[in-house]
Design a protein around this ligand. Structure first.
Ligand code: PEP
Length: 253
């Protein structure tokens, strides 16, 4: 049975003091997560160790890195490797967020390397895909997303793909307050699942968690998460407010 996941992406926000307080409020809010649910916090790199200590002891709460480098080690000043993440007990990492693709020119091929490195260290990649507005306007978003999946994930075998979480994040909905409708989200998630099924078979596709991201908040999480192919969300802005993110976690199926 695939996991239902609420993943917070703090991006480049929060001082250590602010982040510690935010996480304490969420962890201390008395949430009861069932076995098929989890909450993941993608915090800035300097806080990975302390955030991991904060969630320790809460089953089904985990910390994620927001990025990793596509090489194992070497002269890449300022970068973080998967070996480093594994060495501090981090088991999730965002890969290919649209901001990384846009501002750091990350290609589908580089993202494939990141996915491989993560899996080699038992780090679950949360692989982000999604189309810009110009592509949606032309109504070719299905093909666009299929190419992203194909070029970054389809070299994996059936066992490995089930260790990946996919986050569909239409770029026009990220940080804009403009959420995809529940029907638009479901349509794309069903498309992603059918593309996975064509490549890996139905049983495998059924096992992959597909999150929606793009202006999810407490008020719309229930409707979006209740769609059959939506397995939770990747949340930016609303994950910075404890009460909002708690409401989002509570909306998980
Ligand atoms: C994101 O950055 O992954 C995201 C979905 O942001 P927001 O929730 O703010 O749209």
């Amino acid at each position: 049975m695939r996991k239902q996941i609420a993943a917070a992406n703090w991006k480049m926000n929060n001082t250590l003091e602010e982040g510690t307080k935010l996480l304490n409020e969420i962890v201390g809010s008395g949430l009861q997560l069932s076995d098929n649910q989890c909450a993941i916090f993608a915090v800035p790199s300097p806080y990975l160790i302390s955030a991991d200590q904060q969630v320790a002891g809460n089953s089904n709460m985990f910390v994620a890195a927001q990025n990793c480098h596509h090489k194992t080690s070497g002269a890449y000043t300022g970068e973080v490797s998967v070996d480093m993440l594994a060495s501090i007990n981090i088991h999730y990492c965002l890969v290919g967020h649209s901001e990384r693709r846009e501002y750091f020119a990350e290609s589908n091929q580089q993202l494939a390397e990141k996915v491989d490195l993560c899996l080699s260290k038992e780090i679950t990649p949360i692989f982000c895909c999604g189309e810009p507005l110009s592509i949606r306007d032309e109504n070719i978003q299905n093909d666009y997303v299929a190419v992203q999946l194909n070029e970054s994930l389809f070299h994996l075998d059936a066992d490995a793909i089930q260790k990946v979480v996919i986050a569909y994040e239409p770029i026009w909905a990220i940080g804009t307050g403009k959420t995809a409708t529940a029907a638009q989200a479901q349509e794309m998630h069903a498309h992603i699942r059918s593309v996975l099924a064509n490549q890996f078979g139905n049983a495998v596709a059924d096992n992959v968690s597909i999150l929606y991201g793009g202006s999810v908040k407490g008020a719309n999480a229930n409707e979006i998460f209740s769609q059959p192919d939506v397995d939770g969300g990747l949340v930016g802005g609303a994950s910075l407010i404890a009460s909002e993110f708690v409401q989002i976690i509570k909306a998980l199926k």
